[in-house]
Design a protein around this ligand. Structure first.
Ligand code: UD2
Ligand code: MN
Length: 579
């Protein structure tokens, strides 16, 4: 097979790379790993009038409804009260087409009223908080690129309907160079009904979500900027608790609790039960959420009070507008999508601010089925999102923690990140604290959940020495089918493995295991790794010491077999780059 026609080889490579690229793009959607749905809200109401531990900006008065508790109408109709809607047989193919185009079932979305009601998912206690009346005003910024019509406009309607008039200064819509017909003139026409409250701006070129948000913030004129994705539905009294935190301390980034809206049937539902969660990360900078440690919970008196969080998902948050610019807005070197949530979070924490998640503010977000848009033409040889992570790592992490990242992402080490001198200068001028401080004082549970990975013994493609086949996850996830062999594409991703000194084979954030001693599967990594893999570079043998068998690639199949020292058990682990 080694002496194949070079044209054929080229073609195979092209096909394999194309498939891998698609798969990598699809994987981006797994950045947010949400646990399964839990039981629904709860939490006891305090029986006394109590001073909140977080400051005098709000008071809990049990039994006396809060001053911003509105009366909402109840309506009936498709999707009302956050109920799911369903696709008829005759709608199936149109629905599927819209899912491919937008990542959402727009046929179902179109059936739901622009002003649909959703159920109150807040803790009961939230109804009894009394807030100051002199809050800062908000500019809600919606950036969008090729969004579906009804999900986009329902966001606008919902912001207006669910926010007290006196605090909603404007809605700033910024079109990031969409090319869909339905987002052209019709949009200008439609927003006339809002009498100037909704402003529409359009980019002359694709800036990506990060650049477009900074532009939106520049165009905004309210005291506070509130970013939402262009497919959200706001819940009762969502805005006031956010503004109250910023009134209390302008260096707080206030983050609502995100509820889920199903991309297919548009059911509105809480993501978690009564336990509070907060934003963290693993060392490849995949965003994670995990239960808030007691140490943080104990600082508060009431379960419904805001709590500090190391980071946030990215899409939904409120900040003092001037403070956003005092921090230099988003790093302009970040491209299109991803990593900006970490950049802003690390910057805020390390340079004297803080992030709080606010349980009494809830906003629903439609999680997509897949990312429907491309990133445009960008001259970057590694995934754009990796480049963004690298900029964040190079600027905000210290030397020790940079190694945490590069052990997890060895293939991007050394890629030029561009000019970061302005960011470094900012950090020095503002005497920002180092990353170790942030880890020890804010993100301390990350060390427990995601300890430092053992160093890599070898990493790269796991290729049969004789032939052109490489170990490949085939896009399998935890709990999925067997992984296998496929044509080596030198494109990383599904063919990029790391064998570490503790005997793990890692791929991305996961590990490779053989539960049955026969086939190989993607599995969660043990936090305290012990084996089972042993790689001998000389012979190329990769042995599973638990099963006492060897990794074997006979006839294009990847299995464990009794060790025989043959060609089908001789592997080269070679560092290949996509750049
Ligand atoms: C999450 C965040 C998202 C952003 C992203 C990247 C939530 C709920 N969502 O992914 O806000 O932080 O992670 O880190 O936390 N858009 C543009 N131009 C583009 C691409 C997207 O304007 O080139 C718009 C898009 O129309 C949407 C917003 O940016 O309104 C976020 O994009 P997304 O919804 O595809 O991102 P998501 O929710 O998967
Ligand atoms: Mn989104």
């Amino acid at each position: 097979a080694d002496e194949e026609d070079p044209e054929v080889v080229k073609k195979k490579l092209r096909v394999a790379r194309y498939q891998e690229k698609k798969r990598q793009q699809k994987n981006l959607q797994n950045v947010m790993e949400k646990p399964a749905l839990a039981e629904g809200g709860g939490g006891a109401v305090e029986m006394a009038i109590a001073e909140p531990t977080h400051g005098p900006e709000a008071v809990l008065k049990t039994g006396i409804l809060g001053n911003f508790e509105p009366n909402y109408p109840s309506r009936s109709g498709p999707g009302e009260n956050g109920q799911p809607v369903h696709t008829g047989m005759e709608e199936r193919s149109r629905a599927d087409k819209s899912i491919r185009e937008f990542g959402f079932n727009m046929i179902n979305s179109d059936k739901i009223s622009m002003n649909r009601t959703i159920q109150d998912t807040r803790l009961d206690e939230c109804k009894y908080w009394h807030y100051p009346e002199d809050l800062p005003t908000a500019s809600v910024i919606l950036v969008f690129h090729n969004e579906g019509w009804s999900t986009l406009m329902r966001t606008v309607h919902s912001v207006i309907e669910m926010s007290p008039k006196q605090f909603l200064h404007e809605i700033v819509m910024v079109d990031d160079f969409s090319d869909k017909e339905h987002l052209k003139g019709r949009l200008e026409e439609y927003i006339k009904q809002f009498n100037g409250l909704v402003k529409l701006y359009r980019n002359k070129e694709r800036l990506g979500l990060i650049g477009t948000r900074t532009r939106g913030a520049e165009l905004a004129t309210g005291d506070v900027i509130v970013f939402l994705d262009a497919h959200c539905e706001c819940n009762r009294n969502w805005l006031v608790p956010l503004l109250a935190r910023i009134r209390y301390d302008r260096t707080i980034m206030a983050v609502p609790t995100i509820d889920g809206i199903d991309w297919d049937n548009f059911r509105y539902h809480p993501v978690y039960g009564a336990q509070h969660h907060r934003g963290i990360f693993e060392w490849g900078f995949l965003y994670k959420e995990s239960v808030v440690p007691d140490r943080e919970l104990k600082r508060r008196k009431h379960h419904s009070e805001p709590y500090k969080s190391p980071t946030h998902a990215g899409g939904l948050f409120a900040m003092d507008r001037k403070y956003f610019f005092e921090l230099g807005a988003y790093d302009p070197g970040l491209k299109i999508w991803g990593g900006e949530n970490f950049e802003l979070s690390f910057k805020i924490w390390q340079c004297g601010g803080s992030i709080e998640w606010v349980p009494c503010s809830r906003v629903g977000h439609v999680y997509r089925n897949h990312m429907p848009y491309g990133f445009g033409k960008i001259d970057v040889k590694i995934p754009v999102i990796s480049l963004n992570y690298m900029r964040v790592v190079e600027v905000w992490l210290d030397r020790e923690h940079r190694e945490y990242f590069y052990t997890r992402e060895p293939s991007v080490r050394g890629y030029p990140v561009g000019d970061i001198s302005k960011q470094i200068q900012f950090k020095e001028e503002h005497k920002c604290k180092d990353f170790k401080w942030f880890m020890e004082n804010v993100a301390y549970e990350v060390y427990e959940r995601f300890p430092k990975l053992p160093p890599n013994k070898a990493w790269g493609e796991v290729k049969l020495k004789k032939g052109t086949s490489c170990m490949d996850t085939m896009g399998q996830a935890v709990g999925g089918g067997a992984i296998g062999l496929s044509y080596c594409h030198h494109f990383g991703g599904s063919q990029l493995f790391r064998i570490n000194t503790k005997g793990q084979i890692g791929v991305g954030e996961r590990c490779i295991e053989s539960p049955n001693g026969n086939t190989l599967h993607v599995a969660y990594c043990d936090v305290q790794p012990v084996g089972p893999w042993d790689y001998d570079e000389g012979s190329g043998v990769i042995k599973n010491t638990h099963h006492n068998k060897c990794l074997d690639g006979t006839n294009g199949k990847l299995t464990l077999m009794p060790c025989n020292g043959g060609d089908t058990q001789s592997w080269a682990v070679t560092e290949t780059y996509s750049w």
